[in-house]
Design a protein. Structure first.
Length: 295
């Protein structure tokens, strides 16, 4: 009999066909990835709050550092003010700081402008042209491609404007409904909590694992063939779990069913071999007689 040490597979998975298991797995995987991403987003939000608090403390430290710098500047002004008025010394220091700041700011702005855009538009367009030529060959028309890209951008812009108008209209309608004491006509979709996402992801993860074990069991050719040969030879009708070997919830029941059908067919042939032999001989004789008549 087949090895029964394989991972436990649920009865529902065993009773499903191979096509159903594959389609269910393909449907559950995107949902699982979506929930996992939502959980990551939730965790990143919490970490962002922690980082924000840390950044706030760092800003407070920078404020005290700024106070220290101001104190040093006051001390420098006091040093310059030994032979001249204090206001004149402060004005000289401020003018010098302003000149240095303007020079640094201008240099930075020029460098940023020179680097913009970070990804050159010509490079992006060239990559799109390369993909177009690889996809369509000489049939690719860059001018037509540019026209379609411009049309897509315009359609996207129009769709965004319409969506914004629709959102504003819905918000205004809901606000008016609240003023009248009515429920909003457009119910807001509440995002699931992190605990709900974790529980849902865990259940789906277990389901995917069960599907994986079911697929492995159904595609185990050696064990399926062993169940087929055992049932074909009239082996034990029950599996190690106590269920019928041909039951939809039994391990390797596909091979066992095929073996049972083959065994039934073999038994039928053994029981009816004389009539079948007579039928074959009669068919042969009729064929020979018909050929002789034709001649």
């Amino acid at each position: 009999m087949a090895n029964q040490g394989s991972p436990r597979v649920s009865d529902q998975t065993r009773s499903s066909s191979l096509t159903d298991l594959v389609s269910t797995g393909a449907r559950l995987l995107p949902l699982q990835l979506k929930d996992e991403l939502s959980m990551v987003k939730s965790q990143m939000t919490k970490k962002g709050i922690t980082v924000g608090i840390g950044a706030g403390l760092a800003v407070v430290g920078l404020v005290f550092l700024f106070i220290m710098v101001v104190s040093l500047i006051v001390a420098m002004i006091g040093g310059f003010a030994q032979d001249r008025p204090v206001w004149f010394s402060a004005l000289m220091v401020a003018a010098g700081a302003l000149v240095v700041a303007l020079i640094l700011i201008l240099i930075g702005v020029f460098r940023i402008k020179a680097a913009m855009p970070l990804v050159p538009a010509e490079t992006v367009k060239g990559i799109k042209y390369d993909l177009g030529y690889l996809k369509e060959g000489n049939a690719f028309d860059p001018a037509e491609f540019d026209r379609l890209e411009a049309q897509k951008a315009e359609d996207k812009k129009v769709a965004a404007e319409r969506e914004e108008e629709r959102r504003k209209a819905v918000a205004a309608e809901d606000k008016a409904a609240k003023k009248r004491g009515e429920a909003p006509s457009h119910a807001t979709v509440q995002s699931p909590s992190y605990a709900e996402l974790a529980r849902r992801a865990q259940l789906r993860r277990q389901h995917l694992g069960d599907i994986r074990s079911g697929l492995e069991e159904k595609t185990d050719v050696k064990s399926q063939f062993s169940a087929f040969t055992s049932q074909f030879k009239g082996g034990q009708p029950h599996s190690s779990g106590g269920t019928e070997s041909t039951s939809p919830t039994a391990p390797y029941h596909t091979g066992a069913r095929a073996g049972q059908k083959a065994n039934d067919a073999s038994g039928y042939v053994k029981e009816k071999w004389q009539p079948l032999a007579l039928l074959g001989a009669a068919s042969t004789a009729i064929t020979v007689f018909a050929r002789q008549l034709k001649k």
